[in-house]
Design a protein around this ligand. Sequence first.
Ligand code: PDD
Length: 284
Amino acid sequence: MMRIVYVNGDYVPEDEAKVSVFDRGFLFADGVYEVTSVLGGKLIDFSGHAARLRRSLGELEMESPVTEEALLAIHRELVSRNGIEDGLVYLQVTRGVADRDFAYPAEPKPTLVLFTQSKPGMADAPMARTGLSVISIPDRRWGRRDIKTVQLLYPSMGKMMAKAEGADDAWMVEDGAVTEGTSNNAYIVRDGTIVTRQLGEEILHGITRKAVLALAREAQMKVEERPFTIEEAQAADEAFVTSASTFVMPVVRIDGATVGTGEPGPVAARLREIYLKESRKAAI
Ligand code: PDD
């Protein structure tokens, strides 16, 4: 089935969706993105993703090509045209087309592309019942990971390093502490307390992270935002990751060591359940 894709104002079949070879997204990775999940045909936490997009653009002195209202309409139109029940909407804004030059163009015309990915039953992923196995790798990304740029080569390499070792994903480590997963935020649970790295330039400020921590606090669970090491994670009762594409996903092995019982733990399972329930309720 041919998808309908959005490119700079037009809805076109995916094989007609084209961007210039001079686009700065292609030449310099000069662009930012968002991934918003869709459950039951509705967008999960659209306003959170729109707010982070605004912030990413602002940090890079880029203008938003359309208003937030128009962005929502485009998301909805794509979900509808592509008949997405469960899946994702991917959005990318680049600084646009300009002759190759490291300096930003004086009058940039941003490129805006959105497409959908259908993932039937994504809320019932079998991985949520078995849990992920992760390896640790050094964090070799740039220093502004709070900006959601399309520079994803190192995270891609990390996934490949994990695959080569028979694992599912990698957790990145800097100055002895875990920063985050290749495409998710990382957590451990110790004596009932949820521990996750504090916000800063070292990690992406996950939209799922924000929602899950708020729900955890509402449910009277204790949350500590601080760095933790791989050794602490291996000795923890539970571990898990969060992202728009996986929601709350348990981690049961870290560098070959079993976490807790080796089965997904009760805190991750409960958070996954509450998160899915509440986000379905608030979906638009
Ligand atoms: N990735 N950290 C990194 C490095 C990420 O790439 C992501 C999301 C997250 C979680 O953020 P959120 O909860 O807002 O999805 C944390 C998306 C899903 C992706 O690249 O596909």
